[in-house]
Design a protein around this ligand. Structure first.
Ligand SMILES: Cc1cc2nc3c(=O)[nH]c(=O)nc-3n(C[C@H](O)[C@H](O)[C@H](O)COP(=O)(O)OP(=O)(O)OC[C@H]3O[C@@H](n4cnc5c(N)ncnc54)[C@H](O)[C@@H]3O)c2cc1C
Length: 88
């Protein structure tokens, strides 16, 4: 689902569509939440090793987490998405 949406948003960019803030917010939100869910599973799967810096799962989890925070936190994106639907 997230991948199809990314392709859709990429097409909007390629087509020169300016008004795509809502679609970009949804893409950012879905992709980063999915990355975090996958990284959490990965750490859990590896047990204590998943938490150690010696293994890559720990780094993947930190990288996934920051994607929920930067480029506008996901909480703020949720509000923007909700408000934009109200305005439509
Ligand atoms: C490494 C890094 C790089 C960044 N790079 C850039 C950049 O290049 N350009 C740029 O513009 N910004 C950048 N940011 C800012 C980022 O996109 C966020 O806007 C910023 O981190 C949010 O401010 P804060 O960290 O002070 O958190 P706060 O605003 O203090 O928020 C703390 C928590 O409360 C939540 N929260 C805050 N307000 C509400 C609300 N009204 N409702 C619900 N929840 C709320 C937030 O979602 C967050 O989880 C970067 C941030 C980081 C950490």
């Amino acid at each position: 689902m997230a991948e199809c949406w990314q392709d859709y948003v990429a097409r909007l960019v390629d087509d020169g569509i300016d008004d795509m803030g809502l679609e970009a917010s949804i893409a950012k939100l879905r992709a980063s939440d999915l990355a975090m869910a996958m990284a959490t599973e990965c750490v859990q799967f590896h047990g204590g090793y998943g938490y150690c810096q010696d293994y890559r799962a720990e780094r993947l989890m930190r990288d996934a987490k920051i994607t929920q925070i930067w480029e506008g936190t996901n909480q703020i994106h949720r509000q923007l998405i909700g408000r934009s639907f109200l305005n439509k």
